[in-house]
Design a protein around this ligand. Structure first.
Ligand code: HEC
Length: 152
């Protein structure tokens, strides 16, 4: 009777071991299946795309008229009502020969963080806390309209 019990136990143990081995084999197999190829993250959108997606709208013109003209002038010529009172004359946004030398990113930084950020006078205020990025990019686009120029 005891012998029978022992051999039944042995058989059960053997089955457990076989099952365990089988299961291990399975999981190892899974581990070794090749992982799917890593897909490359899409590249950062280039500045040109940012500008295209933020065109000049009625709101852009209104923003410029409301916030920028006191210094830069109604037509952007740098002759706003406050222009005689700032130590450095506000930039003439219609002057292509100068604006061609500035990249869109530099104009964006100047508007967003003020003149100091790009090595210009601090009397050009920073607007990063007033407008969202989209509005600032559209202002860059508007300045490009005023100067009828692009960065070279
Ligand atoms: C308080 C007056 C003032 C106001 C308001 C003002 N600016 Fe200016 N801005 C200046 C002055 C002054 C400069 C010239 C800084 C220099 O040349 O050192 C300047 C320069 C700039 C430049 C040229 C930076 C460069 O590369 O030389 C840009 C672009 C500009 N302003 C955009 C704007 C926009 C857009 C607004 C409105 C949201 C605005 N400014 C409002 C005073 C002002």
């Amino acid at each position: 009777m005891k012998k029978l019990k022992n051999s039944i136990l042995q058989i059960i143990l053997a089955i457990i071991v076989i099952l365990a081995l089988y299961a291990c084999g399975q999981s190892q197999k899974e581990e070794h299946t090749p992982s799917p190829p890593i897909t490359k993250a899409p590249p950062e959108p280039i500045i040109q795309e940012k500008l295209v997606s933020h065109p000049v709208t009625k709101k852009t013109r209104q923003t410029y008229q409301w916030y920028c003209t006191q210094c830069h002038g109604v037509k952007g010529k740098g002759d706003g009502i406050n222009s005689p009172h700032v130590t450095v004359p506000p930039r003439n946004h219609t002057k292509a020969s100068y604006l061609e030398t500035r990249s869109d990113q530099e104009l964006f930084d100047a508007i967003s963080e003020g003149g100091l950020k790009i090595g210009r006078a601090p009397c050009m205020p920073s607007w990063g806390n007033t407008f969202d990025k989209e509005t600032i990019w559209s202002l860059v686009r508007y300045i490009r309209e005023l100067c009828k120029c692009e960065a070279v």
